[in-house]
Design a protein around this ligand. Sequence first.
Ligand code: SAH
Length: 250
Amino acid sequence: MNHSPLTIRTDQLLRESAGLLDCRLSDHQVEQFITYLEEIKSWNRRINLTSIESPEDIVLKHFIDSLTCLKAVSLSEGLKVLDLGTGAGFPGIPLAIYQPQIDLTLLDSMRKRAEFLKHLKCVLGLPEIKILCGRAEEYGRDRTEREQYKLILSRAVSNLSVLAELALPFLRVGGEFLAMKGKEVREEIEAARETIALLGGRLKEVTEIILPMIDQKRHLVLINKEKETPDRYPRRPGIPQKRPITVIAQ
Ligand code: SAH
């Protein structure tokens, strides 16, 4: 493969920053990430995928940020994983590049983003990835999806109370939900605690992350599913956001 000077720099940045997270990337994985970056740049001219545009920022704030999940969960072979509200594929795609043996499903309600993801899984050579286009509120009531997953991942979709209602129905009892959060998280967790319990979950741990190279703080919030989610959740599309359970309970 012929790399431009820019690509070579991006390449090194990717390897070095992944290394700081203790992730060793093979040459093939680096090539997959570079292809991913190029596809984002090209599709971003036509559809709105991300506001982050420089190659360095895409590497650090999307790819490396996604890989930080590995600090809170381990991705064993065959693990059934759902990335809820994946957008342009974060954090699911970087994790599938790193660990292609997971059984990954990406869910997003936007059709154009789902089209991008279908194209992407072909060009990256990851044909096993499944893509669902629709609302989490609907798929979460679908018997073929409800209580089917061992791990749910979600970044930048909603606050924790709303997310709990969207995510926990998909999880099997004993599974885990990892919400990727920014630099402040304490108040959001306190506000969501009762809702999480109502939906069958329990806060397990919060891991603080400092993003390599840019020293920005993030938090990984890990929730265990201990009991089945009551049948009435999730409510109809839009209701979890409009009338969060936490507010109703107060
Ligand atoms: N996780 C990605 C995208 C965040 S933007 C990232 O971190 O970059 C939030 C995404 O969630 C959008 O693409 C939006 O279409 C999707 N989304 C929001 N609410 C949803 C819902 N109820 N069901 C399915 N997808 C949803």
